[in-house]
Design a protein around this ligand. Structure first.
Ligand SMILES: NC(=O)c1ccc[n+]([C@@H]2O[C@H](COP(=O)([O-])OP(=O)(O)OC[C@H]3O[C@@H](n4cnc5c(N)ncnc54)[C@H](O)[C@@H]3O)[C@@H](O)[C@H]2O)c1
Length: 438
């Protein structure tokens, strides 16, 4: 007999629920070849349909054993586009639209969620999802502040959830090859790492000339869009896509990119659970009252306990975009579409030969694929929450060092700034009532 969705869920409640694993009935039992029946796919709800949400959703819809059944956005136009795209893909009307992510996450028939909301909303949406027993594909940087990141890590762990971060570069060949070369000691002992990020601001939404205060459009629930951040008048130039250029919501180019190139740097260094002990930084900032007020040029120098130093920079010609590890016997550089190294042989190969892979880093079948695989197997993904947390910490600390204007000291084990009340205050931001990080 073909099990119904209801019967599978009821079965799950009694059988596999203790470990929170969705149970998949093999497709051959149902006579469907390799494709699982709709009632046996991992069901997903997606939150945020802006620049990143649609791409992530398309990748999940492209997986046979995944079914997107719900979409949420607080902009009616975006929500309409989300529901329309998803239903067009499946040629049905099954995707339900939500204004309130909590209502969507309360649904018992949703296994996992994809979160692609601005950084001010990362912690609240992620912890709500974890509390509701959802596995989570969440975006980088893990959150707007270090304390919010800690809340996500703790909630995911406490609720035994599977988490994949959108730091998809780990699923791309050249980054994998670069990190494996470094991890296998082929450039000797690492002395220094350069992390080159973009500078300036990029007008993603084409709203750079919309910098005056107006009423919010009726389609957008602006009050909720601001969420736990400080209430500010509506200015179109700092809303969709371009919010990242204002510190109230995002963290500028530095935090937009730290979860990509510093994530790769840490992967190669084997520092997925580590962080620097000393950080100092200088930046060039627009006028304080500018609508786009994030640093346009910055340079952060940090040191790890083992003596390795790292420069993170945007807008400095001597630091090339991407990640460059420098060791006693050579160097490797990687970027999107780019690979270079001190050894010509490494440039020609797709992957490191097996005999040189004494440390073999997980070779991803695809970033979204890896998430769904892990939802089923309950194994850790390529980029769990605690990895994203550590990948973003050097960026957060760098920003804090720039803002306070002096060197700060960090205890990576206790995750505390040492002896510096001014800097420590910036590990968290006050939440606007009634929002609270539970
Ligand atoms: N991995 C990558 O390569 C990559 C690339 C771009 C963006 N991102 C990340 O994706 C996230 C989203 O960025 P974006 O550029 O897509 O932003 P965006 O502004 O384009 O889209 C965000 C959407 O979320 C909606 N939203 C905001 N608050 C909401 C809430 N409380 N409930 C429901 N919907 C809400 C907005 O209305 C908007 O439609 C960010 O964390 C960003 O850093 C990752």
């Amino acid at each position: 007999m073909k099990p119904t969705r209801q019967s599978r869920r009821n079965f799950l409640k009694t059988a596999g629920a203790a470990i929170g694993a969705p149970m998949i009935v093999p497709s051959h039992v149902l006579g469907l070849g390799d494709k699982p029946a709709p009632s046996n796919r991992i069901t997903m709800g997606v939150v945020g349909w802006g620049m990143m949400g649609p791409g992530n959703t398309n990748d999940f819809m492209g997986l046979d054993d995944c079914q997107v059944v719900a979409a949420c956005d607080i902009d009616k136009d975006a929500l309409g586009q989300a529901v329309g795209s998803i239903n067009r893909f499946y040629k049905n009307e099954d995707c339900k639209g939500y204004h309130d992510y909590k209502e969507m996450m309360a649904r018992k028939d949703i296994d996992a969620v994809m979160l692609a909301v601005p950084d001010n909303w990362h912690a609240l949406t992620a912890t709500e999802a974890a509390k509701n027993g959802k596995d989570i594909y969440g975006e980088k940087p893990l959150a707007r502040t270090i304390k919010e990141q800690q809340a996500i890590v703790n909630s995911v762990k406490a609720n035994k959830r599977i988490w994949q971060t959108g730091s998809w570069q780990r699923s791309v060949d050249n980054f994998h090859k670069g990190a494996e070369i470094v991890r296998n000691g082929l450039i000797g002992k690492i002395t220094h790492v350069e992390v080159g990020l973009p500078a300036g601001h990029h007008d993603f939404a084409g709203t750079k000339d919309k910098m005056t205060v107006t009423d919010p459009p009726a389609r957008l629930d602006y009050e909720t869009w601001i969420g736990p951040a400080t209430m500010e008048p509506y200015i179109e130039g700092r809303i969709h896509k371009n919010w990242r250029w204002n510190y109230n919501i995002g963290g500028g180019q530095l935090l937009d990119w730290i979860g990509h190139h510093c994530d790769i740097a840490h992967w190669g260094l084997g520092k997925d659970d580590d962080g620097p002990v000393e950080i100092e930084g200088v930046g060039e900032f627009p006028a304080k009252d500018a609508v786009w007020n994030t640093a346009t040029k910055y340079r952060i120098e940090s040191k790890y306990a083992d003596g390795i130093t790292m420069t993170i920079a945007g807008g400095h010609g001597d630091i090339r975009s991407g990640t460059k590890w420098i060791g006693t016997d050579g160097w490797v550089w990687v970027d999107r579409g780019g690979f270079d190294a001190s050894n010509e042989e490494w440039k020609k190969m797709k992957r490191l030969p097996e005999d040189q892979r004494k440390v073999s880093l997980f070779y991803s079948p695809g970033h979204h694929r890896n998430f769904i695989d892990c939802v089923k197997s309950r194994e850790a993904t390529l980029t769990p929450a605690e990895v994203a947390h550590h990948s973003a910490i050097p960026g957060h600390l760098g920003l804090i060092a720039m803002l306070v204007g002096h060197k700060i000291k960090w205890d990576p084990a206790k995750e505390e700034i040492l002896g510096d009340a001014e800097a420590s205050k910036l590990l968290m931001r006050d939440y606007r009532a009634p929002y609270a990080l539970g």
